[in-house]
Design a protein. Structure first.
Ligand SMILES: [Zn+2]
Length: 427
């Protein structure tokens, strides 16, 4: 398959979009039926040649557990086609293997090229990558390959020390940085202490963490980023190893556009039915054009919403809102439903909180929640934090202040990413 950025595909008319998505879905179903042992039987009553998108409900869902339990039967290629082997976090603690073929890597590169092009990155830019490039992860590699396709120069500093990133900023003056939002805040704090200007950075591509709330207003981390990088435009993206597809914002900043030729997006309720645009539900993605481990209707476990009206940028593709939380992390607290992300958004907006985590306990109908913070501000009290949380969460949640090192040890513990939520329910 050929994967090249085209403005024509980006700005298709609505009928053109349906036509393209129907064709891509048919090709995808035909491929899965012919090559994927996992789907062969599940698609026996589906005729890919006549399939239409309004019949999407007839296709099976796929969960992370399905992949963990049936890794080999998801393989739709032979071992000689394996190129890049990566690992994602599994559902039971054991990492889950994921295979990319040459085709899939090229698709990945195109996917990130789209993200960069949507953000206006061009051959004159210098892109600093602060996301992991090795350790069997895919994100950094994909951004590297995509960055190369734009003609820009790419700095592969990856998961290096914050000091080395600052040294590069001083030495090479990158114009674009890709990274996790909370890391980019830490980098800017160091730059401020060391008197290093960030004025030449015109674009930040934020991965891994939401930087906006459900109204597309910058959350705590997002606002701090904007203050620290005053000349940078902030772009939110959503992607994962399994869906291998990025939903990237355009310059209108009102949701990540679905790449019409790469994926089909759905939002579903508890019973697997599609919810109306604007309503929150689970994000389900069918990525097109994958030959290694193709998936159908992958349930991401993330909660967000879809906007379907055409965007002011001229694109007609549906947009995915910010991630509101993980489905399994929904807390039932004194009659209120709260996603930990809402607590995070509130905490990161409070000056003086330098780190935090949330623990949930309990079972059945009501959970107990504890918010643990560390602070550099002696005037900050648990009561003042509790008051702010009661506004956003509509509940009084206990807050305790602990030692900085103790909180950091919990957050940076053994996980590959900083972890701010610990689910001890049912333990
Ligand atoms: Zn747009």
């Amino acid at each position: 398959m050929m994967f090249n950025y085209s403005k024509e595909t980006e700005f298709l008319s609505l009928p053109g979009l349906t036509q393209l998505q129907t064709r891509k879905m048919r090709e995808h179903l035909a491929y899965c039926k012919a090559h994927s042992p996992f789907y062969k039987d599940k698609l026996k009553d589906i005729d890919p040649e006549t399939f239409t998108l309004d019949n999407i409900g007839a296709l099976p869902f796929t969960t992370k557990d399905d992949i963990v339990e049936n890794q080999d039967t998801f393989l739709a290629c032979t071992e000689k086609d394996f190129r890049d082997i990566v690992f994602t976090s599994g559902t039971t603690g054991e990492p889950c293997r994921f295979i990319y073929t040459q085709n899939d890597l090229e698709r990945n590169a195109y996917n990130e090229e789209r993200c960069f092009c949507t953000a206006g990155v061009n051959a004159e830019d210098r892109i600093l990558l602060t996301c992991t490039l090795d350790r069997c992860f895919i994100a950094g590699m994909a951004y590297y390959m995509g960055g190369m396709k734009t003609g820009a120069s790419v700095l592969r500093n990856g998961l290096s020390s914050i000091e080395s990133h600052l040294w590069i900023i001083r030495k090479v003056r990158p114009t674009v940085i890709v990274g996790i939002a909370s890391f980019l805040v830490k980098l800017a704090e160091l730059a401020q202490r060391e008197n290093v200007s960030l004025d030449h950075i015109r674009c930040l591509i934020c991965v891994g963490e939401p930087i906006k709330d459900e109204k597309f207003v910058l959350n705590g981390i997002g606002s701090r980023l904007q203050q620290f990088y005053p000349h940078a435009e902030l772009f939110a993206t959503y992607a994962s190893t399994e869906i291998t597809t990025g939903f990237s914002e355009c310059s209108c900043h009102c949701g990540g556009h679905q790449p019409a030729d790469l994926a089909y997006l759905e939002i579903i309720d508890e019973n697997g039915n599609t919810v109306p645009p604007g309503q929150p539900g689970e994000v389900v993605v069918t990525p097109f054009g994958i030959t290694g481990m193709p998936l159908i209707r992958f349930r991401t476990g993330d909660i967000s919403f879809m906007l379907s009206e055409p965007c002011r940028c001229g694109r007609n593709t549906p947009r995915l809102g910010p991630i509101l939380g993980r489905k399994k992390h929904l807390l039932k607290y004194k009659g209120t439903s709260i996603y930990p992300q809402v607590i995070f958004n509130t905490l990161t907006a409070i000056p003086g909180i330098d780190n935090y985590y949330v623990v949930a306990y309990g079972e059945d109908l009501s959970d107990s929640i504890e918010v643990v913070i560390s602070t550099t501000d002696p005037a900050l009290t648990p009561e003042s934090v509790q008051r702010q949380l009661s506004v956003t969460c509509r509940a009084r949640i206990p807050v305790v202040i602990r030692d900085t090192a103790e909180v950091a040890a919990m957050v940076f513990g053994s996980s590959r990413k900083p972890q701010h939520f610990f689910d001890k329910r049912g333990e």
